[in-house]
Write a protein that binds this ligand. Sequence first.
Ligand code: BG6
Length: 467
Amino acid sequence: MNGKFPQHFLWGGAVAANQVEGAYQADGKGLSTSDLQPQGIFGAITPRTAGDSGIKDVAIDFYHRYPEDIALFAEMGFKCLRTSIAWTRIFPQGDEETPNEAGLAFYDRLFDEMAKYGIQPLITLSHYEMPYGLVKRYGGWGDRRTIDFFERYVRTVFERYKHKVKHWLTFNEINMSLHAPFTGVGLPQESDKSAVYQAIHHQLVASARAVKACHEIVPEGQIGNMLLGGILYPLSCKPEDLLETQRQNRDWLFFGDVQARGYYPAYMQRFFRENGIQVAITEEDRQTLRETIDFISFSYYMSGCVTADPEQYETARGNILDMVPNPHLASSEWGWQIDPIGLRYLLNVLYDRYQKPLFIVENGLGAKDCVEADGSINDDYRINYLNDHLVQVAEAIDDGVEVMGYTSWGPIDLVSASKAEMSKRYGFIHVDRDDAGNGSLERRRKKSFYWYRDVIHSNGTSLKDRR
Ligand code: BG6
């Protein structure tokens, strides 16, 4: 491949605090919504009792092993590592006046370790978790006061890390609250649409306040949103299918529209009216929303199809969304449809719509790996998946799309979000731990580790167009 990636392209990987750190009660950390879902975001919400345990309590013990892991990322040549700050390490219940110093000190150590190797942090302020204290006492994002608690938290971390972290993201996959309201906005799973959209509105206002605070506090800081890029195609060229596809794509593009343009798009008025959805929006909220993000970030794993006659088709499930399968695509072991060209298409759609730089902050293949007798792990399927997606990123760059970087999901094996599995592995680095929590936690380089190292070192010229 010719050199299409820009010189300062941010190559790296992405993880999230609740899927790697473990140490779920260390150094004063409070319980988060994630801690109450030991079976993952579609598992039951379980009150914690003394002596119980879940796979995420230890996860891959990144809290203690991060120096070894950062050294491995550096060996691959990472320019950037995306992770999140666990809000509950900083404000354990969410509504304290002062932060927890031990939690702040942990992220200082982590960012200092990354700086040793010149790895830039890309930090998500809230990745699929919030303090459970805020859910119990205030009803999560359903209550306006949560906006103020969030602002206190983000201003605290911006002040503390402003010289160490220049790239920030507000809410991970902010559109997922429509499908998993407890994880997204701390509401009961069966909440009605008005309640969910009201909580989402509060979160959008909080996101805009974080953007404002970042611009005020962090010199040369840049802050983006984060969308689950679930791009949908019409199953046929029937006009009804096309219209339904546009409607369903707007379900998630709505979030980007508000965050990138600074106001609610016109199509939402009809949507709210026809669905009997009431959302209280104040004049002050409208002013706040005008503070827009600097760049768009998104995850991309799969595409899907839409039909106006859904009852005639079986749906395929990703971790969050149900989609009608595309007959032209193959699927992963978890049934996620593999569509590298969809990434090029999505990049173009988002760039046409927003004309802001784009950052691909999640993409990867969850698969079962086999450790051979000699200890090697030959994950060619993962190499092929990533290679083919990156070839399409290069194509999009050639199309004129401004792409800031690419952080593959799970550069090290971690606990999966949807079902809290270890056996669904994404990493270039294997972690010895199984679904029952057995294993030494030892780290081991897979074949893809060396492949990704070469991709980064060659700035993408080692990629192969296999079409
Ligand atoms: C995204 C999330 O939805 O997909 C990650 O931001 C998650 O947290 C990833 O891990 C992959 O999903 P899963 O369920 O396979 O872990």
